[in-house]
Design a protein around this ligand. Structure first.
Ligand SMILES: [Zn+2]
Ligand SMILES: [Zn+2]
Length: 243
């Protein structure tokens, strides 16, 4: 009974901040084990339904985000209930354009996104339909907007579409060697080939000298070569703070 109520609450929200998941776990389990252990117990129950709570981090704020993922089916199949087949095709095209953007920028302007409507290849899917679909993708948090007004892939998409994205974009998308999440804003070391989220790097490198050195091999990271994604902010935040 208790686990059914918990399942209902997970299904109702589908994604949770670190604080929200902590609260939810404490509500359903005894207080004496920590919430990470409680999530593990919960995930064992969810597995029966083909579901798992999976954690990712927001690439800008560094905050944890827990997403209820369907591990039996391709997550894009789940979109079929909320979107038309044309909208799903268009979302795939927009995601593809973001991931394959020049210079690994991982972003797309609104006008470029609208222009991609023609790739859907159906006469009835015009600019107006593309514009409405983009609003829905943003409202449902599949796409995020950067400070410069460009579309980015949201943290929710990076977690929930992880299987789809890693299968199709093995060469374009790197995983963070610190947290294993997919990277659209981060650093690449051309010496050891390891990549990290900018936020993971900056959280850890507070103790290192104020020079951007690879946390894995100590090699100097030189901009712009080491940058993955487009930076609205100073890439090496601690460096700026220390000097
Ligand atoms: Zn990371
Ligand atoms: Zn390195």
């Amino acid at each position: 009974m208790k686990s059914q109520l918990l399942l209902q609450q997970c299904l109702a929200s589908r994604y949770f901040s670190e604080e929200q998941i902590k609260e939810l776990m404490h509500k359903f389990y005894t207080q004496d084990c920590n919430y990470r252990d409680q999530i593990e117990i919960c995930n064992k129950k969810l597995e029966v339904f083909g579901l798992q709570l999976i954690k990712g981090i927001d690439e800008i704020s560094g905050e944890g985000l827990w997403v209820l993922c369907d591990i039996r089916r391709d997550s894009l199949t789940n979109l079929a209930t909320n979107y038309s087949p044309l909208e799903i095709t268009y979302l795939k095209i927009v995601i593809d354009s973001i991931i394959t953007a020049d210079d690994s920028k991982f972003c797309l302007s609104y006008h470029d996104a609208i222009r991609k409507h023609s790739l859907v290849g159906i006469q009835s899917f015009k600019q107006k339909e593309a514009s409405a679909a983009l609003l829905k993708f943003q409202a449902d948090n599949w796409l995020a907007i950067s400070q410069t007004g460009h579309f980015r892939i949201s943290t929710k998409s990076l977690i929930e579409l992880n299987t789809y994205l890693t299968e199709i974009y093995k060469d374009e998308l790197a995983s963070c060697y610190l947290c294993s999440g997919l990277i659209t804003i981060g650093f690449y070391c051309d010496n050891c080939s390891k990549s990290t989220h900018a936020i993971c790097f900056n959280q850890l490198s507070k103790q290192t000298p104020p020079l951007p050195l690879c946390l894995n091999c100590g090699h100097a990271l030189t901009t712009p070569n080491c940058l993955i994604g487009s930076f609205d902010i100073e890439p090496f935040a601690p460096t700026k703070r220390e000097t």
